[in-house]
Design a binder for this molecule. Structure first.
Ligand SMILES: [Zn+2]
Ligand SMILES: [Zn+2]
Length: 120
């Protein structure tokens, strides 16, 4: 949990395992997976399925993300959740909408700079 709260990189379970191992050298990957599952069920963390990767987020409040198509990094977007979408969809479908997730895709600042540098 501390590892997750201390990073903004939306790490995978493998990455978390590597970090935790620095503190607890004999911990197993299975234990890390079990704890992640538990924390997710308790609502302490978010589990983001992005493409083929299963990433974890220490910020359990619903928030939007930006995913860089080049370096694969995931950024938090400081943008208020648009509750109107939930209402619109609920109205249209009569479904019970609890929340929605939104993901932006494109190039992060670093990758924009790099691609410009390459073109020159
Ligand atoms: Zn990037
Ligand atoms: Zn996030």
């Amino acid at each position: 949990m501390n590892v997750l709260k201390g990073t903004k990189s939306h790490p995978t379970a493998d990455w978390i395992y590597e970090q935790v191992r620095k503190e607890i050298p004999n911990i197993s990957l299975g234990t890390v997976y079990r704890n992640l599952k538990l924390m997710k069920e308790e609502g302490g963390i978010l589990n983001l399925e992005m493409g083929s990767l299963n990433r974890f987020d220490g910020n359990s409040q619903n928030h939007y993300h930006f995913m860089c198509e080049q370096c694969g990094r995931v950024f938090d977007i400081d943008e208020p959740i648009d509750a109107e979408i939930d209402e619109r969809v609920a109205h249209k479908t009569s479904f019970l909408v609890r929340y929605h997730r939104l993901e932006f895709h494109g190039l992060c600042l670093d990758c924009q700079t790099n691609s410009v540098a390459k073109e020159v």
